[in-house]
Design a protein around this ligand. Structure first.
Ligand code: BES
Ligand code: ZN
Length: 940
């Protein structure tokens, strides 16, 4: 599982889908990590009744300050609904209108009245509420109550003259109209083309806070209720929701009413409904039916891989969690417009097309891996997230960190030959350390108050640092004990809500170890340490000292107060010490033999290690001597790269280490080596050509032999990793202007352009497009643009779209930017043409100029609530590397209201600052190393 697009963008709200290193981008194109980074039994009845269910802590505070004007209360700084009533059951009916792109709805909510009250506040956003009726014991209390809306708090307050009394049950019935919007949020429309005609389906995306955009509701994760959904639609259309169909009846106007069975108690953010013309494939390999649905423009057979994997994974998870999937079916739908990669709605998972449909003939190995990750991630949520849900959004990491860990765990079981835990070290772990090395990072458990803040924490901290913390504790306790704790946790909290401490308690019980005191430090504090090692030969020991690590290399004393519990993982020739921890600032530890040792074996713990240059040389030798695992080698290179970038080590030391590893044989290690060179080259992008060319020559000398040796022919016998290895080396050599690779790319492209679509293997399609565009012009551009428009699968189209930015011709750069704002590119894909422009000075500068000129249009098309604006901001700014650029970006956003994307701006600025400092500090050091090693003179 190579990663991040986020994840390239390493994970800013995925969206771009938390693209992972398994992103379809050829690796050399992925953003260097110095950029901020960018889931048929009858339904069982719930074991816990609504009223006995544990109530979340912030709601337990009954003396919350009520603010009837806003309809929300402010508790512990969170904007939440008043606690006077509690929803038990929603009876929801919706009828989409595909001509007017609106829908009519009625909802009847059964409520429990907690205190005498004459009002009800619930969430509602951009919904026109026509009528409200309040009933108590079946009798109308008020048929025309006063309805007031608060746009800012996204609430509706219904006020009536007769008070409801505490302990009674009540009903609130609302009729309303909503918009089938095109913002991929709430109940929205999504389009596809059939015989040249645009057709629509209606689909939903509720997480985090857009259920309130679909229907008025109590839109907080702890306010679980049962749902009975009815959809009214044309008889030819398929209607789906979380549950299976209870009844289908004819209604007026030649339509049908599809009523679904009542769900178990669930959070509003997991509700889903879909209406449209859909095909499906089905399997009965699991206890309940599993289906994959897609619109008619897609080849539904491409759903088979995900279908079969989902059936196997569901059976696996039932065993792993010792808990049966409680719903009567599992549907997975490919939605043509989708802001994230996938969404775990209970029993009705939605996906972006490329993350669920696989055409084995035209897709590369990394695409298959990304789909496997995504399917397994969303399925893990069916237990972790859906059955057991975080109390509030500051516990998001519990959902996302766990689903990430679990998808890796199950992927490793289903595809051991993919060796995904090796990839974890260069993917999630580096994604986490990268974002968390910025001053503008945040603790895993971060207070979030408002809807616009929640979207921003779907990032590398929640996903990757969250899963790294779980990986660390699972290794510390042992995977079996860890999973036993998880099983206990799920049993205890099924159908309920939890806080982080509940997980630690379950793990503590299962292991008998004091989990909470160790783990709290990791989830409640921002950052992580670098451990500096000094050797004491006379006592055969090492002295260790931990300090906060910042990429900008400018830690202030007040930022360096936290002492993290660091598992040493001391590797020596024949053992690993798994038990010793550094919990203080400094410590001295015995080492069996100073001849060979390495800290953080397999990089299971969350810190970087700074060795002396001499020790680093010895470790390089140890790597060549086979004393280090793949994880050790990759992690050591990553540490060295990050320490050079932040001033803890000299960049020349990194270059020497890399140069000494040219005999390396493993794909994962090479990926990290090349990623570190890409990071260095991107930081030096605005320096003089001589140095840049020398860096390119260094990369070329490092990769050319290996690329030629592996070749770029793919055979049936190439295993999954070898395929990606060949693709990596081919792409890297091409990006370093290796003439043999350029010529090969041009030859393949010529045959491809002449109509032989098999001339370029899917594993290197993006690399070939990029290489020929860089060295070509409008002719090549037209062929690739045509592939974007006419290729048969979404995967091929988007590969072409991502590559169009590789051109360095100003007129073609302009065309690519024009595409980003035009109608041809869906909003979900805007980041693709923009991302492609990151490799040249001309592309980066034109992209920034474009953003400034088109800011109002971009803002309108991607309002912050959509969660994609932050991604665009990072894409268009974080590639900069000079002080003047830093000031320019800062000045631009200083004059803007950055609400909803302020983290993105801050993280971009921090990333640029780090590069400015790095180049200033080590420019001379790099130049002299390049000169000494004869790269400065080398001809290009
Ligand atoms: N719950 C998220 C989807 C989501 C993300 C909703 C952001 C709202 C805002 C889902 O489980 C998820 O994490 N999807 C990932 C896939 C994954 C394999 C990491 C994605 O969208 O990329
Ligand atoms: Zn998730």
């Amino acid at each position: 599982m190579r990663r991040f697009s986020t994840r390239a963008l390493l994970h800013s709200k995925a969206k771009p889908p938390l693209l992972s290193a398994r992103s379809p981008l050829p690796l050399f194109l992925s953003a260097p990590r110095s950029a901020p980074t960018s889931k048929p039994n009858r339904l069982r009845s719930s074991p816990l009744s609504q009223t006995s269910k544990r109530y979340c802590s912030y709601r337990r505070m009954c003396h919350a300050r009520r603010d009837e004007v806003s309809g929300s209360t402010n508790v512990q700084g969170r904007e939440v609904l008043p606690t006077n009533v509690k929803p038990l059951h929603y009876d929801l009916t919706l009828e989409p209108n595909f001509e007017k792109f609106t829908y009519n709805g009625t909802v009847t909510i059964d409520l429990n009245v907690n205190e005498d009250t004459d009002f009800i506040s619930l969430n509602s956003n951009e919904i026109d509420i026509h009528s409200a009726t309040v009933l108590s014991k079946g009798a109308v209390v008020e048929s025309k109550p006063e309805i007031s809306m608060n746009k800012d708090a996204q609430t509706a307050t219904i006020k009536f003259s007769q008070a409801l009394s505490a302990g009674s049950d009540a009903q609130l019935k609302l009729t309303f109209t909503g918009i089938l919007n095109d913002n991929m949020a709430g109940f929205y429309r999504s389009s596809y083309k059939e015989n040249g005609e645009t057709k629509y389906i209606a689909s939903t995306q509720m997480e985090p806070t857009d259920a309130r955009r679909a229907f008025p509701c109590f839109d907080e994760p702890a306010l679980k209720a049962k749902f009975t959904v009815t959809l009214i639609a044309d008889k030819s259309m398929t209607c789906l929701s979380n549950m299976d169909v209870a009844t289908e009846t004819d209604v007026d106007g030649g339509k049908k009413a599809v009523k679904f069975n009542t769900s178990p108690v669930m959070s509003t953010y997991l509700i889903a409904f879909i209406v449209g013309h859909l095909n499906y494939v089905e399997t009965n390999q699991f206890r309940v039916p599993v289906r994959v649905y897609a619109t008619p423009d897609q080849d539904i057979e491409h759903g088979r891989f995900s279908l079969e994997l989902a059936a196997k994974t569901l059976a696996f998870y039932e065993k792993a969690f010792d808990n049966d999937f409680p719903l009567p079916k599992m549907d997975m739908v490919a939605v043509p417009d989708f802001s994230a990669g996938a969404m775990e709605n209970w029993g009705l998972i939605t996906y972006r097309i490329v993350d669920v449909l696989l055409d084995e003939k035209t897709a590369g190995a990394s695409r298959k891996e990304r789909i496997a990750e995504t399917v397994q991630h969303e399925l893990a949520h069916q237990w972790f997230g859906n059955l057991v849900t975080m109390d509030f959004w500051d516990g998001l990491w519990l959902n996302e960190g766990f689903a990430t860990w679990m998808s890796w765990y199950s992927c490793n079981v289903f595809y051991p030959e993919w060796k995904v835990w090796q990839t974890y070290v260069i993917d999630n772990l580096q994604g986490a350390l990268s974002l968390d090395s910025l001053r503008s990072s945040h603790p895993i458990e971060v207070p979030v108050k408002r809807a616009d803040e929640i979207n921003q924490i779907f990032d590398a901290i929640s996903y990757s640092k969250g899963s790294s913390v779980l990986r660390m504790i699972s290794k510390y306790l042992g995977e079996d004990v860890f999973l036993q704790g998880v099983r206990d946790y799920i049993r205890k909290h099924a159908y309920g809500n939890t806080e982080t401490g509940d997980l630690w308690n379950a793990l503590a019980k299962a292991s008998g170890k004091p989990v909470q005191s160790v783990m709290d430090i990791w989830t409640k504090n921002v950052g992580f340490p670098v451990i500096s090692v000094t050797e004491n030969p006379e006592s055969s020991s090492i002295s260790l000292k931990q300090n906060r690590f910042l990429r900008t290399g400018d830690v202030r004393p007040e930022e360096d107060k936290v002492l993290y519990p660091c598992m040493l993982g001391l590797r020596s020739k024949d053992s690993i010490d798994e038990n010793t921890m550094l919990t203080e600032r400094e410590g001295e530890f015995k080492v069996p033999d100073l001849d060979f040792f390495k800290l953080n074996a397999d990089h299971s713990a969350i810190y970087r290690t700074s060795y002396s240059p001499e020790r680093l040389r010895k470790l390089g030798q140890a790597a060549r001597d086979g004393l280090l695992t793949v994880e050790d080698r990759a992690g050591m290179i990553a540490d060295s790269g990050a320490l050079a970038a932040s001033g803890f080590q000299k960049t020349s030391g990194l270059l020497s280490l890399l140069q000494g590893l040219d005999t390396e044989t493993e794909f994962v290690v090479w990926t990290e080596m090349l990623s570190r060179i890409a990071t260095l080259r991107s930081a030096w992008l605005f320096e003089d050509d001589k140095t840049k060319d020398a860096l390119k020559a260094f990369q070329r000398s490092l990769v050319a032999n290996k690329a030629h040796e592996l070749g770029w022919e793919f055979s049936e016998n190439d295993d999954h990793i070898l395929q990606q290895f060949k693709a990596l080396m081919f792409g890297s050599a091409g990006m370093a202007d290796d003439p043999t690779v350029i010529k090969a790319a041009q030859d393949m492209f010529a045959r491809f352009a002449a109509g032989d679509l098999t001339a370029i293997h899917p594993n290197i399609r993006g690399s070939v497009f990029t290489i020929v565009l860089k060295h070509g012009g409008v002719k090549e551009y037209e062929v690739i643009y045509d592939r974007f428009r006419h290729a048969s699968t979404s995967d091929e189209k988007t590969t072409a779209l991502r590559c169009l930015g590789a051109t360095e011709d100003p007129a073609l750069i302009k065309r690519t930017l024009g595409l980003a704002m035009g109608d041809e590119v869906k909003n979900q894909d805007i980041y693709m043409p923009l991302g492609g422009l990151r490799n040249s000075v001309a592309g980066i500068e034109a992209r920034w100029a474009w953003l400034q000129e088109n800011w109002d249009g971009v803002y309108q098309r991607l309002p912050p609530s959509l969660g994609m604006l932050g991604t665009v901001v990072q894409l268009t700014t974080a590639a900069f590397g000079t002080e003047a650029q830093l000031n320019e970006v800062k000045a631009f956003f200083d004059s803007k209201d950055t609400k909803g994307y302020d983290r993105a701006v801050e993280q971009s600025l921090d990333a640029i600052r780090a590069k400015v400092n790095w180049v200033q500090r080590d420019n001379k050091d790099v130049e002299s190393w390049l000169s000494k090693n004869q790269y400065l003179q080398s001809k290009l």
